[in-house]
Ligand binder design. Structure first.
Ligand code: R5P
Length: 329
């Protein structure tokens, strides 16, 4: 497994700013790096416009702005853009947009007539606002990196999630992708665990309804790790879990990087055959989402190590777990 190491030496030229989307993650990263997050006012004008002010002098500094574009996505995104703009106008030397979760990524191609490509639009907005680099985690599709004409460091949380499962020492395991789009990610985990891979052939009927057509591969009598990059309404994962149970699967674990958890996702998970849902803290969990079935693991050490390496021009490739091969790069 990739070893995550944090180095606390910092000569004061690194600045961490956090937006309002996940300040707890920002604080955790700052603590690991042995610094404080910068002093920022995140306010609103009476009608709702975002008003920010950076109170520290960041002239000539290497600035990292931590903001997943999670719920509420439009507020989070706009706040990120405005923070980047403020940092650029305050003469920051370099601005890295740290996006633990990159929202708007699912619309990454024209799959129907007259639809947008929001992943590209958002990438353009981030670059236009003044970001010089992007640091992100488990993009919905790896090729979204190419939507940015600035360097993108794309981390995989497999180092964190995989280690959690390794400790469980589960026997007779199969990794299952809930759709064909997730096979590459699932294959990385299957190689890590040294187990088989199965795939659910899912059809999406609407944004919140999916239908399982077939299961490709053998799951009968096996413990399952269902893998996905994000869980929104929970439809995909819960329908997949039900189908897997119907095909004779034993314990079903769901391992999902980004806990979007919209609408009735929590109720769905509570009433599903899923034994445990493991997620990261790329997106914070509100109180009502912190149920006993959900385990949240921190990616702060992964991000802190990456930030330290970017700041010190040290290679970051040891943090890139090669998903395709399932081995360290
Ligand atoms: C789809 O391609 C994604 O990887 C997820 O499977 C999907 O967005 C999950 O959505 P939901 O939880 O609403 O089924």
């Amino acid at each position: 497994m990739t070893k995550i190491r944090i180095h606390k030496k910092n000569n004061g030229s690194m600045v961490l700013l956090t937006g309002g989307a996940n300040p707890a993650l920002g604080q955790e990263i700052a603590k690991l790096l042995g610094i404080r997050t910068g002093n920022v006012t995140l306010g609103r004008f009476p009608e709702g416009e975002i008003q920010v002010q950076i109170h520290d002098n960041i002239r000539g500094k290497d600035v990292f702005i931590i903001q997943p574009t999670c719920t509420p996505p439009n507020e989070s995104l706009m706040e990120l853009l405005i923070l980047i703009d403020a940092a650029r106008r305050a003469s920051a030397k370099r601005i890295t947009a740290v996006l633990p979760f990159f929202g708007y990524a699912r619309q990454d191609r024209k799959d129907r007539p007259r639809v947008p490509i929001t992943a590209k639009l958002v990438a353009n907005l981030i670059v236009s606002a003044g970001a010089n680099r992007v640091l992100t985690v488990d993009l919905h599709a790896g090729q979204i990196q190419g939507f940015f004409d600035i360097p993108v460091d794309h981390l995989y949380s497999i180092a964190v999630l995989g280690a959690y499962f390794k400790k469980k020492k589960l026997k007779n395991l199969v990794v299952v992708s809930p759709d064909v789009g997730g096979i590459k990610m699932a294959r990385g985990y299957a190689k890590l665990f040294g187990c088989d891979l199965a795939v659910v052939d899912k059809r999406r009927e609407s944004a919140s309804t999916t239908h399982v057509m077939h299961i490709i591969g053998s799951v009968a009598g096996k413990n399952v790790v269902l893998l996905d990059d994000l869980i929104s309404t929970g439809g995909s994962i819960v329908e997949a879990a039900k189908a897997l149970k119907a095909h004779g699967a034993k314990d079903i674990y769901a391992c999902i990087v980004h806990p979007v958890l919209a609408g009735s996702a929590i109720e769905r998970i509570k009433n599903s055959p899923i034994k445990e849902l493991i997620v990261t803290n790329s997106i914070p969990l509100t109180k009502e989402k912190r149920i006993s079935k959900i385990t949240q693991l921190s990616i702060a050490p992964l991000l802190a190590d990456a930030i330290w390496r970017i700041h010190n021009d040290v290679s970051i490739s040891t943090l890139f777990f090669n998903n395709e091969l399932g081995v360290e790069a």
